[in-house]
Design a protein around this ligand. Structure first.
Ligand code: CCH
Length: 278
């Protein structure tokens, strides 16, 4: 296969998304989560972290407890990489998130190649940069502001919880947010506003929010989006206007995947400069 044939890589990613014996029959959601966690370590001030460098290849980052379960996604993508050894892991992991969102009926997301894997283990960002689901609005803001996002973008990005589910053995939380967790939609926002959520301890003793039938769930951080008035205003808009949500999600997710990605001749020198400050 010709180097640089990203359409062929996209097709190979689509082929690994249906997984009949896994979760809801789809690896799509966990691929989205991998793209997000690979990117969400970014720190705007120091320029460190982000998808460039695919630092989750290293044990230090892979074993951050926020990344529990993502080895499933990385292993699936290793199969794709065997077919296209010229693609960087950093490009492959981010592209897989984009392809998965489109495959599940979400918006088209701008994606550009050019990430590299040439980062030494000593430059892996520290653990603890990803959000902690047991916390509230102050924590969410401090994590996403660190990456350079505003309140509107935080709410748009959170709409990815329309996809997939929580696993007791990964995060301690359990269950899906919506009844059709392999279709991208704005149902998550509608349910946040409409359902009566009650706090309960799940089967492993972790507090989460459930609907009346204990079928659907919300994390404490999800509930913060309806408690905080500034976040809530965006939840209401996205619940009402699916097209607006798709547009804003595509922009914010595209921005997320670009955090810390510098291309061109100054690339390497700038990255080394940023890493020296880790
Ligand atoms: Fe998330 N997320 N996420 N999330 N997430 C979890 C699962 C998914 C938080 C916590 C969790 C985003 C923001 C946040 C996905 C995409 C995004 C889980 C369950 C927790 C906990 C993990 C498990 O048990 O398997 C917190 C906290 C925040 C922000 O405050 C953002 C942003 C995105 C993407 C744009 C997706 C998709 C999943 C489902 C994964 C799966 O395996 O089904």
């Amino acid at each position: 296969m010709a180097a640089g044939d990203y359409m062929a890589v996209r097709d190979a990613i689509k082929k690994i998304i249906p997984q009949s014996s896994y979760d809801d029959g789809s690896a799509g959601p966990v691929l989205v989560r991998l793209a997000w966690h690979a990117s969400g370590t970014y720190d705007k001030k120091s320029g460190t972290g982000g998808s460039n460098g695919s630092t989750m290849r290293y044990k230090l980052e892979a074993s951050d407890e926020a990344n529990n379960g993502l080895e499933y996604a990385r292993n699936l993508l290793d199969l794709v990489r065997q077919q296209f050894p010229w693609i960087s892991y950093a490009d492959l992991w981010t592209l897989a998130g984009v392809v998965a969102i489109e495959y599940m009926g979400g918006p088209k997301i701008g994606w550009k190649p050019g990430r590299v894997d040439d980062v030494d283990e000593q430059y892996v960002p520290p653990n603890g940069r990803l959000p902690d689901a047991t916390q509230g609005e102050d924590h969410i803001r401090s994590v996403f502001y660190r990456m350079g996002f505003n309140d509107q973008e935080i709410v748009a990005l959170s709409g990815a919880h329309n996809l997939g589910r929580c696993h007791a053995d990964r995060s301690g939380f359990e269950g899906p947010w919506v009844p059709m967790p392999t279709r991208f939609s704005n149902t998550y926002f509608k349910l946040l506003l409409r359902s009566r959520w009650h706090k309960r301890k799940n089967s492993v003793g972790v507090e989460q929010y459930n609907d009346e039938d204990n079928e659907l769930m919300m994390l404490p951080t999800d509930m913060a989006l309806v408690k905080d008035p500034k976040f809530r205003a965006w939840v209401e808009r996205y619940a009402d206007d699916k097209d607006l949500f798709y547009r804003d999600f595509a922009a914010a997710f595209g921005k997320l995947l670009e955090l810390g990605v510098i291309r061109g001749p100054e690339d390497k020198a700038l990255r080394q400069y940023a890493r020296a400050k880790l």
